[in-house]
Design a protein around this ligand. Structure first.
Ligand code: NI
Length: 226
């Protein structure tokens, strides 16, 4: 499932984030790349665990905890501490698949990357190029979202970032280990949840809504690891 999630951050949060990101030190993005992707990655990142990354990461995680669409779609078990990157002056990231397992630096924790997320801090009119291009079984999708919006996609997908030829593309990126590791099962649960919510908001038949909610939880019980 490829899902845009609008307004993860408010305009004020985006502004605050940009102020911090503009006033801090960046390093070569290859520090977090695996062996293969390091050869095609050309961007800048905030150092993992730097004060700026921690402060902004906490802001992003707090926003995600309150985002019903994110929770319904991702069914998150663990979220990797958000990282931040910047592409400018022709920088790009060639086609790759994200590493399956990521160690959280400085901790004994590992997460399995079921879902990848990119949360934009600059808007589409502020730079040329920089599209996130994701390949899945339904074809190739180009993603370039307004500031504060996020794209969620299966980490199994091949993807790349086109060269940024004007301005700067600044974003947060991170991974989610889901309680439901299989994308097909997770998508079924999300579709069912959306349908139940529609029945409820339409004032539809409550007995059916209760029964479907029961089915939702029984499927979740069957498929989830916590
Ligand atoms: Ni990637």
């Amino acid at each position: 499932m490829l899902l845009p999630i609008p307004d993860v951050l408010t305009a004020d949060q985006v502004l605050r984030g940009r102020q911090i990101l503009e006033g801090t030190e960046w390093v070569d993005g290859r520090v977090t790349a695996g062996h293969q992707s390091a050869q095609t990655k050309n961007n800048m990142q905030l150092p993992e665990g730097s004060p700026a990354a921690r402060e902004l990461g906490a802001m992003v995680l707090a926003a995600l905890e309150q985002n019903a669409l994110f929770i319904s779609a991702a069914l998150p078990a663990r979220v990797f501490p958000p990282l931040f990157n910047r592409y400018q002056g022709g920088q790009a990231f060639g086609t790759h698949v994200d590493n399956a397992i990521r160690q959280v630096t400085g901790t004994p924790h590992r997460i399995r990357t079921d879902l990848s997320a990119t949360l934009f801090f600059t808007g589409p009119n502020e730079y040329d190029g920089g599209e996130l291009v994701i390949e899945d079984t339904y074809g190739t999708h180009e993603v370039k979202l307004p500031a504060g919006h996020m794209i969620l996609y299966p980490s199994t997908s091949l993807h790349h970032v086109r060269p940024v030829t004007r301005g700067a593309r600044v974003a947060s990126f991170f991974w989610i280990q889901s309680m439901v590791r299989d994308d097909g099962e997770r998508t079924l649960l999300f579709d069912l949840d959306v349908a139940i919510q529609r029945i409820n908001s339409d004032g539809g038949d409550q007995a059916s809504a209760v029964q479907l909610t029961g089915i939702y939880h029984n499927l979740l019980r069957r498929w989830a690891d916590v």
